[in-house]
Design a protein around this ligand. Structure first.
Ligand SMILES: [Zn+2]
Length: 629
């Protein structure tokens, strides 16, 4: 049978500086998808690379006092190194100064000319060198480029224009099926509807770049040259792989890909790419991370300090379509709390016990809790963060299972069967995690004796001896304050189990495990919250947990009773809590804390220096289950 093809690209990056974490984010997103498709049996071509023809590369080289070619080679090297260290499984890495690329660009420009879509006229406009593009007055924010916060320069020149406006109608038909997510799609549609002007595609007298094929006084506008990399990068595989199945790009270059690129392809007579996956930015200190803004976090430094899979995982857990906070601390927290505490812990416990007791085949009932269909649909919708949360929810279930079944105790029956169920579940986990953390998955596969192949998920694990594992993820110490910081920031902030996109962290702050405070919130979000009056009817200590109580809460006749874990042991004695009325967030996804399924969080206040947590208590005569409005 012929394998189905899948062609995926990232944007090509400017080489005016070393890569930042935004680059690492995009490459990891694309890599996860490429690996997932390969796992599913597709014949994948994955292209990434660098844009070497931009004027801003030249300016950066001059500033550094290094010859342009030398400067570009050096920086391109850093991008290649980044891909290598991040385990980016690209099939080709394109550099746009390559001869093969130049030939294809000129060939396509000639096609546009032949099709009557190029004409000469005078251009006058405001040009941002950072963006390598012209802006109109109304696109600017306080007279400055919205991307770079710098004033563009006024330029006037005779130039070649491309008849972009001619394609307005067709573009409006294409974009709705092409651009993902809806928010980005709608932005583009309304902009195209409002106004679509022809664009200048040449630069007179420029020293660097690709010659305009019919006029040596001009270079081709770098954006046209850059976009064509998606075709030239395929070389002799163009016939097989074009059109692209997905272009992965950041929101800042949505317009070029959603509008200009399809118009060029229509004019030149090429098939159109199928999907444009537009991701958000990573923020540091509330600002877009970028070289031009000087607040970049060096991914090569992170990759020196931390395992590749930990960097990948921490990036992939960022929200994909919206802007997302990222920092070294976030990386460490995700490594410690999810990779080490959950995944690492499961592998270590099961492999140690399996080495001692061995396995015996049985039907794996535990795996029914794994929501494969949901995971697949999240990945196909590019929501990798959600897919990972779902896989980790199953890891929680496995940890809970081992905790409840206690296969280490002498009196436990069917130890070998329990361990078989767990090992077989670990097989499914490792295969599903392969696109995201490939090195770790390969280690697990070797240890538990299976192959990484999508079909293996449903095949029962073959019984072979399992050896106790090395520690997969060593805990990272930040400093003495690690534990304190853990408490405040890294508690896995659950999402609403509604279909809504609302993330808990935006609305509800986590003071301590199981204890919440309200953050800024709008009316829409408020409506999604379900807060009820409850009463604590039982308080129990949890073995080995210095800060937690297990609480049973009565929510009245209709909602009944439920158990939560709450980190308030340092703030309340047991008898201070007994019979206390509280307010509970009831519609959060359950979490497993110390082997206990915790369903909800209690509303609390916190004093200025966050040293005291005070539960919010309603009046005594209010009915249990009453809704807070
Ligand atoms: Zn700009």
């Amino acid at each position: 049978m012929v394998k189905k093809k899948f062609y995926i690209t990232t944007a090509i990056d400017y080489v005016n500086a070393k890569p930042h974490c935004g680059h690492a984010f995009e490459k990891t997103l694309a890599d996860a998808l490429a690996r997932y498709k390969r796992l599913q049996g597709y014949d994948v071509f994955f292209l990434t690379g660098v844009d070497e023809n931009a004027q801003k590369n030249v300016e950066a080289a001059q500033k550094a006092g290094v010859p342009v070619k030398e400067f570009i080679d050096r920086n391109a090297g850093f991008f290649i190194e980044l891909c290598k260290k991040l385990n980016i499984s690209y099939d080709d890495f394109i550099r746009t100064t390559a001869k093969e690329h130049i030939i294809v660009v000129q060939r396509i420009i000639k096609k546009l000319i032949v099709h009557g879509d190029i004409y000469k006229s005078v251009y006058k406009g405001l040009y941002c060198i950072g963006c390598e593009t012209y802006y109109t007055e109304k696109d600017l924010v306080n007279g400055k480029c919205p991307e770079h916060n710098t004033e563009p320069e006024l330029r006037e020149e005779e130039a070649y224009f491309f008849k972009l406006s001619k394609y307005k109608k067709e573009l409006l038909k294409i974009i709705p099926k092409y651009v993902i997510p809806d928010s980005r799609k709608n932005e583009i549609i309304s902009r195209v509807k409002k106004e679509l002007n022809d664009i200048c595609i040449s630069r007179k007298g420029a020293k660097w770049g690709i010659d305009f094929p019919t006029d040596k006084d001009y270079k081709i506008w770098v954006w046209i040259d850059a976009l064509i990399n998606y075709i030239s990068g395929l070389k002799n595989k163009e016939k097989k792989f074009w059109p692209a199945d997905v272009h992965v790009v950041g929101k800042g270059i949505n317009w070029f890909h959603a509008v200009i690129w399809p118009a060029i392809l229509l004019s030149a007579g090429y098939k159109l790419p199928k999907e444009l996956f537009v991701h958000g930015y990573l923020n540091i200190g509330g600002k877009k991370m970028s070289k031009s803004l000087g607040n970049a976090l060096d991914p090569l430094e992170l990759l020196e300090k931390y395992p590749s899979d930990s960097v990948r995982y921490s990036l992939l857990k960022c929200s994909i379509f919206d802007d997302s906070d990222y920092s070294e601390e976030i990386l460490i927290n995700r490594h410690n709390n999810e990779l080490a505490n959950k995944l690492g812990n499961l592998i270590s416990r099961v492999s140690t016990l399996a080495e001692t007791h061995g396995l015996k085949k049985t039907q794996n009932k535990l795996i029914k809790k794994l929501k494969i269909k949901e995971i697949e649909s999240y990945i196909n919708d590019y929501q990798f963060d959600k897919a990972l949360s779902e896989i980790f929810a199953f890891i929680d279930q496995c940890n809970l299972y081992i905790q409840n079944k206690k296969p280490w105790e002498a009196g436990t029956k069917n130890k070998q069967e329990i361990l078989y169920e767990l090992s077989d579940s670990i097989k499914a986990i490792a295969i599903l995690l392969y696109p995201f953390i490939p090195e770790t998955s390969e280690k697990i596969a070797k240890q538990f004796n299976f192959n990484i192949n999508y079909k293996e998920i449903n095949k029962p694990l073959a019984i072979k001896p399992i050896k106790k594992s090395e520690i997969l993820f060593k805990k990272i110490e930040i400093n003495n304050k690690t534990e304190e910081k853990d408490k405040k920031e890294n508690i896995n902030k659950p999402e609403y189990n509604h279909k809504g996109k609302l993330m808990l962290k935006e609305t509800v702050g986590v003071l301590s495990e199981g204890i919440a405070t309200m953050n800024t919130i709008n009316y829409n979000e408020w409506e999604k919250l379900d807060l009820r009056v409850g009463q604590i009817i039982k308080v129990e200590e949890i073995e080995g947990a210095g800060k937690l109580y297990k609480l049973e809460i009565d929510l009245g006749k209709h909602l009944g009773k439920r158990v939560i874990c709450a980190g308030i042991k340092q703030h309340y004695k047991k008898d201070q809590l007994k019979n206390k009325k509280i307010i509970l967030f009831t519609n959060l996804a359950p979490r497993i804390i110390k082997g206990i399924e915790s369903k909800g969080m209690i509303l609390a206040a916190v004093n200025e220096d966050e040293s005291r947590i005070i539960l919010i208590s309603p009046e005594k005569d209010i009915e249990l289950g009453s809704k807070i409005r």
